[in-house]
Design a protein around this ligand. Structure first.
Ligand SMILES: CC(C)CCOP(=O)(O)OP(=O)(O)O
Length: 347
């Protein structure tokens, strides 16, 4: 019988990994001040999230095996999971600078913390580098070591092309709503979110168990990418309708001129007068203009539109899960468990 991990159990693995990373830094005789800085960056930026990505590696491995993991299997799967959380930390530290975000996981963004500033850019690079230190330490002799390396490299690149398009579609000083479309939106979110947040953890579990056949990887991708799109739509919805004290971050999409799911939905249904309101107020660094957009979103009843979307897309995803061919090691439970982690989430 598969066993689901808990956040406590998953987080209990991190200190051991942090010790490995600190020892690696010490092997270069890193001065004490820099070492302390690195430790703090690891602890502040890797810990404190929901760990959906990280916990999905051991959860998926246990579901694929159809049994609880042994202690060593759990440690290895959780280590791969923490590598996805280090990748997440690398992206969040960077993204918060690019978006001019204020809070993250209920605290000031790392770059906004005392004395950090643009050192955060180098800290982000070091969070990414930590992935490969752990991979070499614990998986150098694994038959799929090169596949792990290539997977992390490819998924990082996919996320970066998504982020590039996200930023180019949301120039700070040039608001042109004709620049937005659902087609552009889908490309952006598939690459900036879906691959690293949903495909990566399951692909890691498949490689760890050495059942990452092209068929299994393709079947997994065909479901996990739509799941990742849904997850980003949720994030866009929460950016405006979520409670900052509950989601742990203050929404910035409207002022950041983002090609958000919400503005794309609005563009599809506004009257000419309402479109003029969008044109006049969207994408400006102005709280009063932001408030006008938030009021328009309420008038357009976008909250209900999101809830209708959620029921439709989850029905479609459940239909895809039901079609999975389990003959080559894949298990429907892997995707049902991932969906259950995010369905109707409020943060
Ligand atoms: C929307 C996504 C790309 C960024 C936030 O991801 P997340 O909600 O999993 O964040 P946490 O790691 O803080 O739980």
């Amino acid at each position: 019988m598969a066993k689901k991990t808990t956040i406590q159990e998953f987080e209990s693995v991190f200190p051991k990994l942090e010790e490995v990373l600190v020892e690696h830094a010490q092997s270069y005789k890193l001065p004490a001040q820099a070492l302390e800085w690195y430790k703090k960056s690891l602890e502040v930026n890797a810990i404190g999230g929901k760990c959906n990505r990280g916990m999905s590696v051991p959860d998926s491995a246990s579901l694929l095996l159809g049994r609880a993991l042994t202690e060593d299997e759990y440690f290895k799967a959780a280590t791969l999971g923490w590598m996805t959380e280090l990748l997440q930390a690398f992206f969040l530290v960077s993204d918060d600078i690019m978006d001019g975000s204020i809070t993250r996981r209920g605290k000031p963004c790392w770059y906004r913390q005392d004395g950090v500033g643009m050192i955060a850019i180098n800290d982000a690079f070091m969070l990414e580098a930590a992935i490969y230190t752990l991979l070499k330490k614990f998986f150098r002799d694994h038959p799929r070591y090169v596949d792990f390396l290539e997977l992390f490299h490819e998924v990082t690149y996919q996320t970066e092309i998504g982020q590039l398009c996200d930023l180019l579609t949301a120039p700070e000083d040039v608001v042109d709503l004709n620049n937005f479309s659902m087609e552009k939106y889908r490309f952006i979110v598939i690459y900036k979110t879906a691959y690293y947040s949903f495909y990566l953890p399951v692909a890691l579990a498949l490689y760890m168990l050495d059942i990452a056949t092209p068929e299994n990887l393709k079947q997994a991708e065909d479901i996990l990418i739509p799941l990742g799109e849904y997850f980003q739509v949720q994030d866009d919805y929460l950016d405006n309708f979520g409670l900052p004290e509950h989601i742990g971050k203050i929404g910035t999409d409207i002022m950041d001129n983002k090609c958000s799911w919400l503005v794309n939905q609005a563009l599809a249904i506004v009257t000419p007068e309402q479109r003029a309101v969008l044109e006049e107020n969207y994408g400006r660094k102005d709280k009063d203009k932001e408030a006008v957009i938030k009021k328009l979103y309420d008038e357009l009843n976008l909250e209900q539109r999101y809830k209708d979307y959620e029921e439709k897309v989850v029905g479609d995803i459940r239909g895809m899960i039901a079609q999975i061919d389990e003959a080559h090691g894949l298990k429907r439970g892997v995707f049902e468990a991932f969906l259950a982690k995010i369905y109707k989430r409020s943060k």
